[in-house]
Design a protein around this ligand. Structure first.
Ligand SMILES: Cc1ncc(COP(=O)(O)O)c(C=O)c1O
Length: 505
C-alpha cells in the first residue's frame, strides 16, 4: 500500500500498521492542498439535523455556517459542497443586475471580478477547457447534461440504414438511466427500433459488475460494420470504474465509429485529455465534483475537427446541429438576420443566452480549481481513496461477509469514489446509522453505498473518521440483522414443524 506524495510526485510508503487518527492527522499536515478545505462551507452535524436554516436571514445573507463540528461529507459524487466565494460572487452579480440593468450585458465594470454577461460563456469555457484537457474553442458551458447529450446526438448520430450503412449505437447496459432514455429516444426519432439499433454491453455477472477494456473492445469489433456511435461514461456512476477513454476511443475510431463520453462522474475528479485522446464529443454536469450547485449550468466538448465552419458554403460549411441564436457568430448575432452563421468550435452549439446566475456559481468554483493543477488534484485524490481502500480492507479483510468493495482496486481504474456492497439487509440500517453520526454518503439500492473523498475539500481525517463510524454502525446493524434472522428462523422452523410444510429460510 503506497500513498502519493503529491508535491514531489513520489509514492510514500504508508505505515501499514499505523491505523491511528494521529497518522491521518499527520497526512493532513503534509497535504499541500489541505488549505482548500477552508474555502468551502462544510455543513455542521447540527445544521444537517435542523429543520430550519440556522443563521440565515430572509435577505439571503451568506449562511452563517462555520466549519465547527462539521459533518463528514463524502458525497461529492452526488452533489459537491458550496465554495464560500459563491455567495459573494452571486451577490456581485445581483448588484450588477440591480444597478446596471440591461447594461450588465456589455458594460465592463472596473471593480467587478465578473465578466460582462455577453462574455461570461466564453470566460467559463476557457477555464473549463483546462479541466477537461481541451482547446478553449472545443468547450461550451451551457444547458444541462441530458439536454446537451440530446443536442450532440442530433449532430453526431446520423444513422444510415441499408447496404453499407451504420445505424447502431453501442452503450453500456447499466448506463445511468437518463443516458439510456436519451439514446433510445434518439433512435426512435429516426424511426428506428432500439431492440435492433441499440447494442448494450452488460457486466459479466451480478457478482462482477465491472466491464473490462477487452470486453468493450471486443463488442466494438463485433458490431463495428453497423455501428455509428459509441457512448460510454468516463466513470461508471454505480461502480466508480474509470474507463480507459484513450484506448477505447482509438479502437472505435479504427473501426470508423464516432465516440461520445458522459463525464458526469469524471470531470473535476480525474485527469482528462479530451483533445489528445481525440474524443469526438463529451458532456458533463457541474454539480458533482465541480461544485457549481444543484442543476447548475453544464458543459460539452466538441472536437475541433467537428466544429469547423467554412465561410461561404452555407449549411454545407459546418456539421449539422440543432441551431439557436446564441450559437451564431457574435459579430452578426444582434443584426437579427435569419441566416445562421455558427461560431466556429463548441460555442457554435449553443442555443440560448446562458443563466448568468448559474454561470457565476460555476465561475466561483472554477476559480478554486485554478489554485491547483489537475495533476496535483488527481494525486491527492488517489492518495485519499487509496487510504480509504486500505482502511476498509484492513478492518473488513476480503473476502468479508459484511462488505465488498466493487470498485476496481487498481487506483488507475477508479476516481475518487469507492462503491461498497453491503451484505443483504444491511443498507437501510447502515445508512440510518451513518446519518445519525453526521456522515454524508449516498446509497444505490438495494445494497450499495457510494463514498467519495473529494480532493478539494476532504481530508485524510475525514476518511479515517468515516471508517471509524462505519465500523461501529456495521457492527451494531449486522448484529441486529443476525439477531432478527435468528428469530425469524426460529419462527419459520416452528411453523414448518407445526404445519408440516416445506419452507426455505
Ligand atoms: C452519469 C450520469 N449521467 C446523466 C445524469 C443526468 O444528469 P442531468 O439531470 O444533469 O441531465 C447523471 C446525474 O446524476 C449522471 O450521474
Amino acid at each position: 500500500m503506497r500513498l502519493h506524495d503529491v508535491e514531489r510526485d513520489k509514492p510514500v510508503p504508508l505505515e501499514v500498521d499505523d491505523l491511528s487518527r494521529e497518522y491521518a492527522q499527520k497526512l493532513d499536515r503534509e497535504d499541500p492542498l489541505g488549505h482548500l478545505k477552508g474555502e468551502f462551507f462544510i455543513p455542521s452535524k447540527a445544521d444537517l439535523k435542523s429543520k430550519t436554516l440556522p443563521g440565515t436571514t430572509l435577505n439571503s445573507q451568506p449562511p452563517n455556517t462555520t466549519n465547527t463540528d462539521p459533518c463528514i461529507y463524502l458525497c461529492g459524487n452526488s452533489l459537491g459542497l458550496q465554495p464560500r466565494l459563491t455567495s459573494q460572487l452571486i451577490q456581485t452579480h445581483l448588484s450588477t443586475w440591480a444597478t446596471k440593468g440591461v447594461h450588465g450585458h456589455f458594460k465592463p465594470l472596473d471593480d467587478s471580478p465578473l465578466p460582462t454577461w455577453v462574455q461570461a460563456d466564453e470566460v467559463a469555457a476557457e477555464q473549463m477547457a483546462g479541466i477537461v484537457g481541451a482547446l478553449p474553442s472545443e468547450v461550451a458551458v451551457m444547458g444541462t447534461l441530458t439536454g446537451n447529450l440530446h443536442l450532440l446526438m442530433s449532430s453526431f448520430y446520423r444513422p444510415q440504414v441499408g447496404e453499407g450503412g451504420r445505424w447502431r449505437v453501442i452503450m453500456e447496459g447499466k448506463a445511468f438511466p437518463s443516458d439510456h432514455f436519451a439514446v433510445e429516444s434518439q433512435i426512435r426519432s429516426h424511426n428506428l427500433d432500439p431492440s435492433n439499433a441499440l447494442i448494450l454491453i452488460n457486466p459479466p455477472s451480478p457478482d462482477n459488475p465491472l466491464l473490462s477494456t477487452s470486453q468493450i473492445l471486443a463488442t466494438i469489433t463485433k458490431h463495428a460494420p453497423q455501428t455509428s456511435l459509441l457512448l460510454l461514461p468516463g466513470i461508471q456512476y454505480y461502480t466508480g470504474q474509470l474507463f480507459d477513454m484513450h484506448t477505447i476511443t482509438a479502437h472505435a475510431h479504427s473501426h470508423g465509429i464516432l465516440v461520445g463520453w458522459d463525464l458526469a462522474h469524471a470531470v473535476g475528479n480525474v485527469e482528462l485529455n479530451l483533445h489528445d485522446w481525440d474524443v469526438d464529443f463529451a458532456v458533463w454536469c457541474s454539480y458533482k465534483y465541480l461544485n457549481a450547485g444543484p442543476g447548475a449550468i453544464a458543459g460539452l466538448f466538441v472536437n475541433e475537427r467537428h466544429g469547423r465552419v467554412e465561410e461561404g458554403r452555407g449549411v454545407e460549411g459546418y456539421r449539422h446541429r440543432l441551431g439557436g441564436w446564441w450559437g451564431g457568430d457574435k459579430g452578426v448575432r444582434f443584426r437579427m438576420e435569419n441566416e445562421f452563421h455558427p461560431i466556429p468550435g463548441a460555442l457554435g452549439y449553443q442555443l440560448s443566452n446562458p443563466s448568468i446566475l448559474s454561470l457565476t456559481s460555476l465561475l466561483s468554483s472554477l476559480s478554486l480549481f485554478s489554485r491547483a493543477t489537475p495533476v496535483l488534484l488527481r494525486k491527492k485524490s488517489t492518495s485519499l481513496t487509496s487510504y480509504l481502500h486500505h482502511l476498509l480492507t484492513t478492518f473488513f479483510p476480503p473476502p468479508s461477509s459484511t462488505l465488498t468493495i466493487i470498485t476496481p482496486s487498481n487506483p488507475a481504474e477508479r476516481g475518487a469514489q469507492l462503491s461498497i456492497r453491503l451484505k443483504e439487509g444491511l443498507l437501510e440500517g447502515v445508512m440510518k446509522g451513518l446519518e445519525e453520526e453526521g456522515v454524508v454518503v449516498d446509497e444505490r439500492k438495494p445494497d450499495v453505498v457510494r463514498v467519495a473523498p473529494t480532493a478539494l475539500y476532504n481530508s485524510f481525517g475525514d476518511v479515517w473518521g468515516f471508517v471509524e463510524v462505519l465500523r461501529g454502525v456495521v457492527g451494531r446493524v449486522a448484529g441486529e440483522v443476525e439477531g432478527w434472522r435468528g428469530r425469524e428462523a426460529v419462527v419459520v422452523c416452528g411453523r414448518v414443524g407445526r404445519e408440516g410444510k416445506e419452507s426455505r429460510i
